[in-house]
Design a protein around this ligand. Structure first.
Ligand code: NI
Length: 263
């Protein structure tokens, strides 16, 4: 076991890409200092699967929610089901929810994304739970909705791709910035500057596995063990010891996701 502990705050080991070696994947995460993994649901079915994985693996936690790319007209029954799942001690948030205008160009479907995003923000408020937000090429609408409909809710803007100004606004609102593989890419754009300019107390590390593996695993299937490469890059950019990054980002994850065990 390593001396440090990291939390992969956004993973999808429920994905079928891990069907053959899920136990080994979890074992590799533990062997690489990852103490907890939060798997995020994106459909009703995957949310349920993420919850089941919390029973199978003691280090696994879950978010439940409908991802914008999977948007469908949610009924009262769906919202009641999500709420029911959150009663479990290991369901830490509503997520992942949000807007994706990169993949979705149809105005009606974008409207549906906004509708269910707001419904799920309302649900999070009622349940007093944080949210994990996906935002791709929808910065303006995402921030508008959070300001108007997200009052009193805290969360993380996962896989951050916005500007420094937007990050500062989110931080003022009490939010966190999630960073993953793209921070290590040569074409990381503004992200390295952003993670140097914002308080370390507001940064979460994540993999979003099986997607977007960090360098030196870029192009391969991503997995929670690789979250250390994101933390290493953060340490390099901020010129602080790796252990400090691990300790602070773990503390941050526990602050946002209050239901994470204090292990
Ligand atoms: Ni994700």
């Amino acid at each position: 076991m390593e001396k440090y502990m990291l939390i992969d705050t956004h993973a999808h080991i429920n994905s079928e890409k891990f069907a053959e070696d899920r136990s080994e994947t979890v074992a590799r995460a533990l062997a690489n200092g990852v103490g907890s993994i939060i798997n995020m649901g994106d459909t009703m079915e995957s949310s349920k699967h993420c919850l089941e994985l919390t029973e199978e693996f003691s280090c696994c936690y879950a978010g439940v929610g409908i991802h914008p790319e999977e948007a469908f007209p949610m009924t009262e029954g769906d919202l009641i089901q999500l709420a029911e799942w959150t009663k479990d001690a290991k369901v830490v948030c509503i997520g992942e929810i949000g807007l994706d205008y990169y993949w979705e160009k149809d105005p009606d479907k974008r409207q549906l994304q906004r509708k269910i995003f707001i419904q799920q923000l309302d649900l999070a408020r009622q349940l007093n739970l944080p949210v994990c937000v996906h935002n791709r090429e929808a910065h303006g609408d995402t921030l508008d909705i959070l300001k108007k409909e997200g009052k009193g809710i805290r969360g993380v803007m996962h896989c951050y791709s916005g500007s420094l100004e937007m990050a500062k606004e989110l931080i003022k609102m009490g939010w966190y910035i999630g960073v993953d593989g793209p921070l290590t890419f040569k074409n990381a754009a503004k992200l390295p500057e952003i993670v140097q300019a914002i308080p370390l107390e507001r940064i979460l590390v994540e993999t979003d596995c099986p997607y977007m593996a960090p360098v030196p695993k870029r192009g391969k299937r991503n997995e929670p063990a690789y979250v250390k490469y994101v933390a290493e890059k953060l340490a390099e950019l901020r010129q602080v010891p790796f252990e400090e990054i691990a300790g602070q980002t773990t503390k941050n994850a526990r602050e946002l996701y209050g239901k994470l065990a204090k292990i």
